[in-house]
Design a protein around this ligand. Structure first.
Ligand SMILES: Cc1cc2nc3c(=O)[nH]c(=O)nc-3n(C[C@H](O)[C@H](O)[C@H](O)COP(=O)(O)O)c2cc1C
Length: 186
């Protein structure tokens, strides 16, 4: 088995303060650090709206920093809410940045786990399938895990309740095994 890099990035798709995306991303980071990974949480705050006029020499430093983190990561986990049966513009905007230059963007050839969350038991399917399709289009491999659609998420005093942390731990176990199964790395 090849040795995989111990870096993983988490993209937190919300622009809301104290968001569920942030809470879940922290829980995912806990699972990963317990397994010895170095984790960066990338948020969608302060990301300019993508424009081809801002590419090349004019690329914002916030995007250059994110590209570096993503490039160094073996895997990326995207944690996002569902908006209107798809992903929010904030998540899509960051993906658009990371898809450039065409076929050479930082977010390609990555092994990706999706965590879509919604307060509604039957929600999340539109965001999940759209995100999965977009990431495949960008040239990534996506892990499909039944725990990748989180609904009815509950929190207690700003912390993840134990049963949810256990689900995230299981999701991360599956994800790490998936990365090893694909036998990527150095
Ligand atoms: C503009 C908007 C559209 C939404 N559309 C959906 C939807 O189609 N399906 C769904 O399950 N939840 C929908 N929601 C609820 C969000 O998924 C929910 O507010 C989520 O917890 C926000 O995530 P955050 O805390 O990470 O910002 C919508 C919320 C907003 C603000």
């Amino acid at each position: 088995m090849k040795k995989i890099s111990n870096k993983i990035s988490i993209i937190s798709g919300s622009t809301r303060k104290k968001s569920t995306s942030e809470l879940l991303s922290n829980g995912i980071r806990n699972s990963l650090t317990n397994q010895g990974f170095i984790v960066d949480i990338i948020t969608c705050f302060d990301i300019p709206l993508f424009s081809e006029d801002l590419e090349g020499d004019k690329k914002p430093s916030s995007i250059i920093n994110i590209e570096k983190k993503i490039s160094e990561s073996t895997g990326v986990i995207i944690c996002t809410p569902e908006y209107n049966s798809s992903i929010p513009g904030s998540t899509k905007n960051l993906l658009d940045w990371l898809s450039r230059p065409h076929d050479l963007g930082a977010l390609r050839n990555k092994i990706i786990s999706i965590v879509v969350h919604t307060p509604f038991e039957k929600g999340g399917g539109g965001a999940y399938s759209d995100l999965s399709r977009i990431l495949s289009h960008m040239g990534n491999v996506v892990l499909h895990d039944r725990m990748g659609r989180v609904s009815g998420f509950r929190k207690k005093d700003g912390e993840i309740v134990k049963s949810w942390q256990e689900s995230l731990d299981l999701l991360i176990d599956n994800y790490i095994k998936f990365i090893h199964r694909l036998n990527v790395g150095e």
